[in-house]
Design a protein around this ligand. Structure first.
Ligand code: CUA
Length: 336
């Protein structure tokens, strides 16, 4: 009986030392990123309890092994077999019932935490998220715009309705703790209540291809006034991009036109677009033309036919539809 008492005391001492040792290295709690959502609290709490149980289980295994190796080792000249034992009902009951109780308690804590994490707020705001190799886009159906940054108001629950255009991705903001797969062919939900203003990042947590590591987008949590101002700005941008000029501006950015043509008169590789429309343009062959629709269209489709004086004929031809060209022209007309 004396051995059991000694081992029992050693197990408790070892468990406490292990727990404080883990805590001191920061493995138990401090290594978490800052908790920035209401859902983080029950998850962190559960993790904390698990570290305690892990410390105890570690002690429960290591101490009896160490004790047996030390105390019951074969003495010098001792040649007999060890004492033969068959069964120990109380020990067997104990090592069945105690773990069962621990597992049941943790099942309860786990279910309780899951309930807390998924708690539905009827006022939750819906945002549609699309994951695709290798980017995230966020649609705010309430306002009808789409962004590549996830802006969230603090202290208001949001439900992300997530879908994938290609393979399985996983939406993960470490500061929010919750992680959710994004699966093609179905919509998965991610419910979060940001509680701390700041800038975070959503990372993809499912290996999804060569640029998986770069599949991240900014997540910004702001107060409600800043959020409303951001919404107004996004609505304005969305409205503007619906007009031909807006479409043309988007196209100029997307196709890289503005990498060579300035929109403010600055000197770049190609002629500036500022004040271009309707102006008289001197060509390399000495003639002069008016920069009208036909001239601009030809300069896009066959850029080496009419070259502006003083610029090298280096622009590649662009294949654009008539509508895209007229949108670009509409945008160029606004630059004066
Ligand atoms: Cu998407 Cu990894």
């Amino acid at each position: 009986m004396g051995h059991f008492v000694i081992v029992g005391i050693l197990v408790v001492v070892m468990a406490v030392l292990t727990y404080f040792g883990l805590d001191a290295t920061g493995l138990a709690t401090q290594m978490h990123p800052v908790a920035a959502s209401a859902q983080a609290a029950p998850i962190d709490q559960l993790w904390h309890w698990e570290v305690m149980v892990i410390s105890f289980l570690f002690a429960l295994i290591v101490v009896p092994i160490g004790y047996s190796l030390t105390v019951f080792r074969q003495k010098k000249g001792e040649m007999l077999d060890g004492e033969h034992m068959e069964g120990n009902a109380s020990l067997e009951i104990a090592w069945t019932v105690v773990p069962l109780i621990i597992v049941v308690i943790f099942a309860y804590f786990g279910a309780y935490s899951l309930g807390e994490v998924r708690r539905v707020d009827a006022n939750a705001m819906i945002i549609n998220v699309t994951g695709q190799q290798f980017s995230w886009t966020f649609e705010y159906p309430e306002y009808g715009f789409v962004t590549t940054e996830l802006y969230l108001p603090v202290d208001r629950q949001v439900v992300l309705k997530m879908q994938s255009n290609d393979v399985i991705h996983s939406f993960w903001v470490p500061e929010f703790r919750v992680k959710q797969d994004v699966v093609p062919g179905r919509i998965t939900e991610y419910r979060i209540t940001p509680t701390l203003e700041g800038s975070y990042k959503v990372r993809c947590a499912e290996l999804c291809g060569t640029s998986h590591a770069y599949m991240e987008s900014p997540v910004v949590v702001v107060d409600s006034a800043a959020y409303d101002a951001w919404v107004v700005e996004q609505v304005k941008i969305a409205e503007e991009s619906k007009t031909p000029e807006g479409q043309g501006k988007l196209l100029a950015t997307k196709n890289g036109c503005i990498g060579c043509h300035s929109v403010d008169g600055a000197a770049m590789t190609g002629p500036t677009w500022f004040g271009l429309y309707g102006s008289e343009v001197k060509l390399a062959d000495g003639s002069t033309v008016t920069a009208d629709d036909a001239f601009i269209a030809q300069s896009i489709l066959e850029p080496t036919v009419t070259v502006v004086e003083g610029y090298p004929p280096v622009m590649p031809p662009y294949v654009l539809t008539d509508e895209e060209i007229s949108n670009l022209i509409a945008y160029i007309k606004t630059l004066k």
